[in-house]
Design a protein around this ligand. Structure first.
Ligand SMILES: *[C@@H]1O[C@H](CO)[C@@H](O)[C@H](O)[C@H]1NC(C)=O
Ligand SMILES: *[C@@H]1O[C@H](CO)[C@@H](O)[C@H](O)[C@H]1NC(C)=O
Ligand SMILES: *[C@@H]1O[C@H](CO)[C@@H](O)[C@H](O)[C@H]1NC(C)=O
Ligand SMILES: *[C@@H]1O[C@H](CO)[C@@H](O)[C@H](O)[C@H]1NC(C)=O
Ligand SMILES: *[C@@H]1O[C@H](CO)[C@@H](O)[C@H](O)[C@H]1NC(C)=O
Ligand SMILES: *[C@@H]1O[C@H](CO)[C@@H](O)[C@H](O)[C@H]1NC(C)=O
Length: 555
């Protein structure tokens, strides 16, 4: 109860301080080009912000984590908005529960934070397809994403209008905390360089935002990025980490914005990790040094990310640099606030630097969140995926097709798709089984018995098989995340080419989708007698201690 009362007290404080500023001056936020700074209600201002994506943090923790961000001395929070989750199918918008963006922004305001909004439509963000809805690939398979492609633009415009209208009252000039709205994301890194597209996005957003917030772009700190990233009439900023010289980076911004505040929109406080890599780390001393150098130059800074969180479900993305590189479910990122929500040494080191430039709150005690001791959680097999009963409960209606269909062609976004065919002719033993376009990882089985793995990231696209006429060949394909960065973002999943055996194209497939977004129909009784081979469901249980539940109720 003590904590609860304390938080009501904070509310009333914030309400009165907002009331006072309303009386003193009309709410306004703008760029003071003359003095290379922002003006907040007419007063010189700069932000020290941190990225925290609401879709990577359970709603129950939003307030707590925002408060920790504020307590480090930050005065703003930055979040991407993920189109693919907010419009799961064309024209069907979702903004409630865990996707209640307005509530997140409202909590930020209550916790005394301004907001930098990054609505996309493309966000990269190490998310499946860079946050674009995969159904775009179904609507028009050769869609030219992130350009003035008529189909792409039609959907992007409808979404942006919907989204920006829904947060219009939360723009700073309209009484809310949103001071900055980003257009697209690092567009200068993309192959298209379509200025008609970026100008159109600007006009859509500007039409709703007006002068109630500042529009900006961000790009890599070099003229090769800014050349196509800069949009006429939108403030250009740069992003860079500890490995870059601060003055060189800001010189790049100055080539496109000769006057106005210096801004690093993505100061990398950590780094992302791909499957199979060691966890990436960014050294705290280097962060402290670079941060101090930027703040000494009066720059505004946004940490990317201040709290990473988790890529829940199947929503992690992938990179493609010489090979396909899927990203982890964890998005800890070596960020100042850990994935578990705890302040790290990096957090306190950053707070100390910020304190040299901005006032720190004096009443906040930041402690690690309570933890449970779950000991070892044992997993037991409960059911094989290929079991007829499980197929009926969790699989979609099987489809017949002469040649393989992609996930997108069968209207499935994530999870697994099973491709099965009966060999209708005889082949030499062994014969080479080959799928040049395997997206992304497949278990190959013969008559329900696993024989090996094909993998896009490992570049294993063929294997020898011993088969005869009448053998059932099965390929269970996992989508490991659509590419989120670069020129290959039209990243279809499943078998994206034919499969061949001994050089002959295999035909007459039965295709069963397992989206696995809802496994509540899976029966949950352990079956200790089940000796599994091949894909199966496992179950383990643990109990959440009551101290964790009661901790959450306070927020
Ligand atoms: C923009 O559109 C105009 C007219 O539709 C066209 O002439 C021009 O080439 C386009 N520019 C780009 C960069 O595509
Ligand atoms: C985008 O392209 C369409 C034709 O596809 C054209 O009518 C429209 O003017 C273009 N938009 C801009 C802003 O150039
Ligand atoms: C930073 O801003 C202050 C106050 O406006 C000014 O006196 C100082 O010269 C600025 N420093 C730099 C490096 O621009
Ligand atoms: C967690 O519980 C296990 C088993 O009860 C015990 O052995 C272990 O010491 C505990 N760990 C901590 C950190 O309390
Ligand atoms: C599969 O093979 C058939 C017959 O050769 C061909 O028509 C079809 O285009 C191929 N599909 C793909 C995705 O390559
Ligand atoms: C497991 O096998 C034993 C011995 O055959 C049998 O008694 C028992 O009922 C089986 N349990 C299940 C859950 O099938």
């Amino acid at each position: 109860m003590g904590v609860f009362r304390w938080y009501l007290f904070l509310f009333s404080l914030f309400h009165s301080s907002y009331a006072v500023s309303t009386i003193e001056a009309p709410r306004s936020f703008s760029i003071d080009y003359e003095n290379n700074q922002f003006l907040l209600n007419g007063n010189p201002f700069r932000y020290v912000s941190g990225s925290l994506h609401y879709f990577r943090v359970p709603r129950a923790y939003w307030r707590e984590h925002l408060r920790k961000l504020r307590a480090a001395g930050l005065n703003a929070v930055s979040t991407y908005v993920e189109w693919s989750q907010h419009e799961p199918s064309p024209g069907h918008f979702e903004f409630s529960g865990e996707l209640d963006l307005q509530h997140f922004i409202h909590l930020a305001q209550e916790e005394d934070l301004l907001v930098l909004l990054r609505p996309g439509p493309y966000i990269c963000a190490e998310r499946d397809m860079g946050g674009l809805p995969p159904w775009l690939l179904t609507v028009k398979p050769d869609i030219y994403l992130r350009t003035n492609d008529t189909t792409y633009m039609e959907y992007a415009e409808r979404y942006l209008n919907y989204l920006m209208s829904s947060v219009q009252t939360q723009l700073y000039g309209n009484g809310g905390p949103i001071i900055m709205v980003q257009i697209e994301n690092e567009y200068g890194s993309y192959k298209a360089c379509d200025s008609n597209y970026t100008a159109r996005l600007r006009d859509i957003v500007k039409n709703i935002v007006g002068n109630a917030a500042v529009l900006y772009t961000t790009d890599g700190a070099g003229s090769s990025y800014l050349r196509c990233g800069k949009i006429e009439g939108v403030y250009a900023t740069v992003d860079f980490g500890t490995g870059t010289d601060v003055d060189t980076a800001f010189l790049a911004q100055r080539m496109y914005e000769p006057r106005g505040p210096l801004i690093n929109s993505e100061f990398y406080a950590g780094w992302l990790t791909h499957w199979g890599e060691a966890l990436q780390r960014v050294d705290t001393d280097a962060i402290v040094k670079t941060l101090d150098a930027m703040l000494a130059r009066n720059a505004s800074v946004n940490f990317f990310v201040f709290h990473g969180g988790t890529n829940f479900g199947f929503l992690a993305g992938a990179n493609y640099m010489n090979s396909y590189q899927p990203q982890l479910t964890s998005y800890d990122f070596d960020a100042p606030i850990s994935e578990a929500g705890d302040p790290t040494n990096k957090y306190f080191a950053i707070k100390e630097v910020i304190g040299r430039y901005l006032p720190l709150l004096d009443n906040t005690e930041i402690t690690p969140a309570p933890k449970g001791n779950y000991s070892t959680v044992l997993l037991s097999p409960v059911a094989p995926l290929l079991d007829q009963n499980i197929r009926q409960k969790l699989g979609k209606e099987p489809l017949r097709s002469q040649f393989p269909l992609t996930f997108e062609e069968i209207g499935q976004r994530y999870g697994f798709v099973l491709y099965e065919t009966i060999l209708a002719w005889s082949v030499p033993d062994p014969a080479l089984f080959s799928i040049p376009g395997i997206s992304d990882r497949a278990i190959v089985l013969l008559d329900d018995v696993p024989k090996g793995i094909l993998s896009r990231s490992e570049k294993i696209t063929s294997m020898p098989l011993s088969v005869s006429e009448g053998t059932k060949i099965q390929v269970l394909v996992e989508n490991q995340g659509r590419i989120n960065y670069g020129s290959m973002i039209n990243d279809f999943k499943g078998l994206v080419t034919n499969a061949t055996l001994g050089g002959e194209v295999l035909e007459d497939w039965i295709i069963t989708g397992f989206p696995l977004h809802d496994i509540s129909r899976l029966s949950v009784s352990n079956n200790d007698n089940y000796t599994f081979q091949g894909p199966a469901f496992f179950q383990g249980t643990f109990t959440l201690p009551s101290l964790i539940l009661s901790h959450l109720i306070h927020f």
